[in-house]
Design a binder for this molecule. Structure first.
Ligand SMILES: [Zn+2]
Length: 195
């Protein structure tokens, strides 16, 4: 006899039919018959289930909104358009020049700050890098400059890079694979300089 059959049979011996979900759970829930004799189906269980579903929907939508809501052009900002070389990057050691030292702590891999502690995934402005984070030459595009890159969307200059000079920007992606997939592209980029 399978566990679910046991549950069904036990349930049948009761004077009233138990609520459906006692049968669904099989052997682990045969005890449930004792908890809720007479097939009493607790309303609180249903409410709990509904609230779990509602909570899950809320969490998913919040995550979706926070991931897709990027930057908007500032009001009264002058819009200009220029062709920029765009490359993809992520927070990995290859993209942002870090490695682990002998204590497995992330450190800067090369350059004048070689061996210094590296906060992985934190931009030059101290924000957490996320899709929409742009690394640029801040002498041309200061921090806070909002851009629109066709195929990528809105972004804001929050980071720098040793190889990011002139009309070359780096676009942040969540994974190295995505960054590589973007590769190197010339794009007509809309730029809103912050005043
Ligand atoms: Zn990477």
């Amino acid at each position: 006899m399978s566990p679910s059959e046991t549950a069904t049979q036990e349930a049948k011996t009761l004077s009233q039919p138990p609520c459906n979900h006692l049968q669904q759970f099989g052997i682990q829930r045969t005890k449930g018959v004792e908890y809720f004799p007479g097939g009493f189906c607790p309303v609180s269980t249903k409410i709990a289930r509904v609230s779990v579903v509602v909570l899950a929907i809320l969490v998913v939508s919040a995550v979706t909104v926070s991931c897709t809501t990027r930057f908007k052009p500032p009001r009264n900002a002058k819009e200009s358009q220029r062709t920029l070389l765009t490359t993809g990057y992520c927070k990995c050691g290859m993209c942002t020049n870090w490695k682990r030292n002998w204590r497995l702590k992330p450190v800067v891999a090369s350059g004048p700050r070689k061996g210094k502690r590296k906060d992985v995934g934190i931009t030059a402005t101290g924000t957490r890098a996320k899709p929409g984070t742009i690394a640029a030459d801040t002498s041309l595009y200061p921090f806070g400059t909002v851009m629109f890159i066709p195929g990528y969307g809105y972004g804001r200059v929050e980071d720098v890079g040793s190889a990011i000079k002139g009309n070359h920007i780096d676009l942040y992606f969540n994974s190295h694979e995505q960054a590589l997939k973007w590769g190197k592209k010339n794009r007509k980029v809309k730029v809103w300089a912050r005043r």
